[in-house]
Design a protein around this ligand. Structure first.
Ligand code: SAH
Ligand code: SF4
Length: 364
């Protein structure tokens, strides 16, 4: 059976090379070739002995998901639709900004958690991505952004905020995180890699032990009654326990705050009273807030809060001394925003109209 080397972090590669009778330093060489230089062809790995290259070609491969679509929006946001087999596709989005370049990565095809406002959740769950499909997004994006040859990186930050719940695909996510942090691979600092979770409390504790990176928690409501409706996993892990898990996480976190994400839904969770209730809820958790204007998708009855409401809500949090940002909506015309990923493909393919989807969908 052919081993996909993208599925293996440093420890996995060491086991692999030991298994074919090679020394551990070969693992480091492979890591560098594959991840630092984006090389998939063993023949071009010039400091690896010819006999080993031939052996690798027989037993292994470096196989990232295939790109089905590649779109760039007017603001430079670039979105790739990736085939992960059996009719499943996931998305990966690159967001260039002046001081950083952020890659938003998916961890599952679909999601089982069914949050009320999320297009991915509405599609249901297909399967976990394997580690190679997760890190393969970073590997591909680096190659496609032309950032491999000189080791110059365009991607300075990675956020696991694409499709799926990373902590529901724990082991594969941690293998991919290990590679993001490994100096022989992508060498990103823990502070520049963010896992976003809907709040799977035991897995937050495991992440703190296994691979503490920056953490974003999708809060979206200030009390259990409302959060039970918006984020159904709250029924299993209610807010008091979630806040305690956030505090525990901070013992090991690379940053001294948790980022709370809060989708702004018109008339649902966006009143002044909700903001004040949030202050009480999070009073013991050092945190920042990131307000996300709801991104609508076909079939959703929910609406985005008006801009003045978002400003007033943010002001209440800021007046209490909490750093609060409002996410800019980027990549709108290519549906590259949070919670919209791959939604349109699934919707259209259900109607059998997939073949008619234009490759580039830039608004006029
Ligand atoms: N499953 C993880 C990570 C993926 S979702 C999580 O829920 O945190 C990334 C972020 O996008 C989450 O904060 C999620 O709540 C938010 N999101 C989902 N659908 C959205 C939508 N339609 N509009 C705005 N934000 C959305
Ligand atoms: Fe899943 Fe996150 Fe979407 Fe909720 S918001 S359904 S956890 S991807």
């Amino acid at each position: 059976m052919t081993v996909n080397l993208l599925d293996l972090d440093a420890a996995g590669l060491e086991d692999f090379v030991a298994g074919i009778g090679e020394k551990p330093f070969r693992a480091r060489q492979l890591l560098r070739w594959i991840h630092r230089f984006g090389e998939a062809d063993f023949e071009r790995m010039s400091d690896i002995a010819k006999s080993l290259r031939a052996r690798l070609a027989e037993t292994a491969e470096v196989a990232a998901p295939q790109v089905i679509r590649d779109e760039t929006s007017e603001d430079g946001t670039r979105k790739w639709l990736l085939d992960v087999g059996q009719g499943n596709a996931v998305e990966c989005v690159f967001i260039p900004e002046e001081t950083r370049g952020t890659l938003c990565v998916s961890t599952q095809a679909g999601c089982a958690l069914d949050c009320a406002f999320c297009s991915t959740g509405k599609q249901g769950f297909s399967r976990n991505l394997n580690a190679g499909e997760i890190i393969g997004q970073l590997w591909l994006a680096n190659r496609l952004l032309g950032a491999c040859a000189d080791g110059d990186r365009v991607i300075s930050n990675v956020v696991l905020m694409g499709m799926g719940e990373p902590l529901a695909n724990f082991d594969n996510t941690v293998t991919a995180l290990n590679l993001m942090l490994d100096d022989n691979a992508y060498g990103l600092s823990r502070r520049r890699v963010t896992v976003s979770t809907s709040g799977i409390v035991p897995a937050m504790d495991r992440l703190r032990e296994a691979c503490p990176v920056a953490l974003a928690v999708s809060l979206h409501a200030p009390n259990d009654a409302l959060r039970d409706e918006l984020v159904p996993i709250n029924r299993k892990y209610p807010l008091a326990g979630l806040m305690a898990a956030c505090r525990r996480y901070l013992d090991r976190a690379p940053r001294d705050f948790i980022t709370f994400e809060y989708v702004m839904l018109d008339g649902v969770n966006d009143s002044d009273a909700h903001a004040r209730e949030l202050l009480r809820l999070t009073r013991d958790v050092p945190c920042k807030f990131n307000l996300i204007p709801f991104n609508a998708f076909p079939g959703s009855p929910l609406r985005r809060s008006p801009a003045h409401r978002i400003r007033a809500f943010a002001q209440i949090l800021m007046d209490a001394g909490i750093v609060t940002t409002t996410r800019k909506t980027r990549g709108d015309e290519i549906d590259a925003a949070c919670g919209q990923l791959a939604g349109r493909v699934a919707d259209r393919s259900r109607r059998g109209a997939r073949a008619a989807v234009p490759i580039i969908e830039v608004s006029q």
